[in-house]
Write a protein that binds this ligand. Structure first.
Ligand code: NAP
Length: 326
């Protein structure tokens, strides 16, 4: 008998079609996973889950007695209750590495767009408001090159941002992580510092940690106050790593100059969110890894993890290795 799989939100078509040849696959999108009767019925029979941003908590797991593996199509896994999964011996996997450069490109794109006010000035041109041949100083931006960049979370993506900043833009790099990284310091002439030092000394601050109980709300009122008034803050991590209301206040009171945001406390972002009314805020709809090439690679890797787990092989990207019993 074929094993049963739930695919959720996003698995790229060629990968989904391949899985459908080998398993009974039930694809769901935009449903209430707590109440949808058909989803709950399929969940009660499923051995595997593959997909994006499915909230896998105690309640969901109680409906999934046959579940062997949850394969996230993302590197972030804050949607998974790892304690519950491990307690039940259920494997969980993610998709690191294949998206690193693409997310770093997005973060750097946001940084440049915010510094040089590209979306705002694009609108000005398209609205027919470019009136004088030489643009007025009120529309000038600020340089990116040779400035000081603070990276919070010097992991895979943090390092790919550092690479762009150091080799491409001659930026000075400060970083803060749980651990010091001598190889990174040497490679990018980066300086390790405390969070407070990073916040007060950087011209640009990129936040790219995972969302965990320790990082939730790690950048709030106090942290925005420590930043330079000319500081530009970029969030590529998860919306809840910052206190969004404190960011709104910091921008309103000119505590910082501008922000570039790929992630929000609530997604999709509420249309009446004040951040959307601010010219000095550049937004993107959580598109860190959203290119054709990278999304396909992520789906392929997630399917590879899923199939390994379902067929008695150790998945290459187990989040908690302790569930693997040799
Ligand atoms: P990673 O290699 O695991 O790097 C995470 C880094 O964050 C590590 O350097 C880690 O420090 C640091 N960190 C963790 N907790 C911290 C804390 N409390 N204080 C300071 N630093 C802390 O992960 P990655 O592949 O770079 O991905 C990072 C995150 O980016 C993901 O978890 C996800 O949330 C986000 N992301 C967003 C998008 C998007 O679409 N916007 C796409 C992909 C990923 P140590 O090295 O010292 O452990």
């Amino acid at each position: 008998m074929k094993k049963k799989i739930i695919a959720y939100n996003r698995v790229e078509t060629p990968v989904l079609e391949d899985l459908q040849k080998k398993y009974d696959v039930y694809f769901y999108k935009n449903i209430d996973t707590k109440t949808d009767p058909l989803f709950l019925e399929h969940l009660s029979e499923a051995q595997g889950i593959i997909g994006l941003e499915l909230e896998v908590d105690k309640e969901l797991l109680e409906h999934a007695p046959h579940l062997e593996i949850v394969s996230n199509v993302s590197v972030g896994h804050n949607n998974l209750d790892m304690e519950q999964l491990t307690e039940r011996g259920i494997m969980a996997t993610n998709t690191p590495d294949v998206l690193t450069d693409t997310v770093a490109d997005t973060v750097f794109g946001l940084l440049i767009s915010t510094a040089r006010r590209i979306p705002e000035l694009d609108q000005l041109v398209k609205n027919g408001e470019w009136k004088t041949e030489a643009i007025e100083p009120e529309y000038f931006g600020t340089d990116v090159h040779h400035k000081k960049l603070g990276i919070i979370g010097m992991g895979r993506i943090g390092q790919a941002i550092a690479q762009r900043a150091h080799f491409g833009f001659d930026m000075d790099i400060l970083y803060h992580s749980r651990t010091r990284k001598p190889d990174v310091e040497e490679k990018f002439s980066a300086t390790y510092c405390t969070l407070d030092e990073l916040l007060s000394e950087s011209d640009f601050i990129c936040l790219i940690t995972p969302l965990t109980p320790e990082t939730e709300g790690m950048i709030g009122k106090r942290e925005f106050q420590l930043m330079k008034k000319s500081g530009i803050f970029i969030n590529g991590s998860r919306g809840k790593t910052i206190v969004e209301q404190d960011l709104i206040d910091a921008l309103k009171t000119s505590e910082i100059a501008a922000a570039g945001l790929d992630v929000f406390e609530k997604e999709p972002v509420n249309a009446i969110n004040p951040l959307l009314q601010m010219k000095n805020v550049v937004t993107t709809p959580h598109i860190g890894s959203s290119t054709y090439e990278t999304e396909l690679k992520m789906s392929e890797l997630a399917a590879h993890n899923l199939e390994a787990g379902l067929n008695g092989r150790k998945p290459p990207n187990l989040i908690d290795e302790s569930v693997w019993k040799t």
